[in-house]
Write a new protein. Structure first.
Length: 103
């Protein structure tokens, strides 16, 4: 009996195969803030227009799918954790004593 295991089983747990619930909440919040700002702020100049559209654009960029990672937000979180955590790794394997006899 041969069993076929799908190569990417995590995609079945994602919404539309791409998004976690947090990703959709983040994107929806950015778009909602952008829509509210579009209704409230008068768009007189190009700079104001860019500032008003920036929450939706930034949130869309953060949830953009990337190969070998989930999305840009995932890359930023992993990079932050790598830079802020301890960089000296201590060996805890089967030869932890390094040849010293244990009692």
């Amino acid at each position: 009996m041969n069993y076929l295991i799908p190569a990417n089983t995590k995609r079945g747990q994602l919404i539309l195969g791409l998004f976690r619930p947090f990703d959709l909440i983040l994107f929806g919040t950015g778009v909602l803030i952008t829509v509210i700002l579009l209704a409230i702020v008068p768009l007189d100049s190009t700079l104001v227009t860019i500032l008003v559209l920036s929450p939706g654009i930034v949130c869309g960029f953060l949830v953009l799918p990337v190969p070998n990672y989930h999305n840009i937000l995932n890359i930023i979180v992993e990079l932050y954790e790598f830079l802020t955590n301890r960089q000296t790794y201590r060996w805890r394997g089967w030869c932890y004593k390094n040849g010293k006899k244990s009692r």
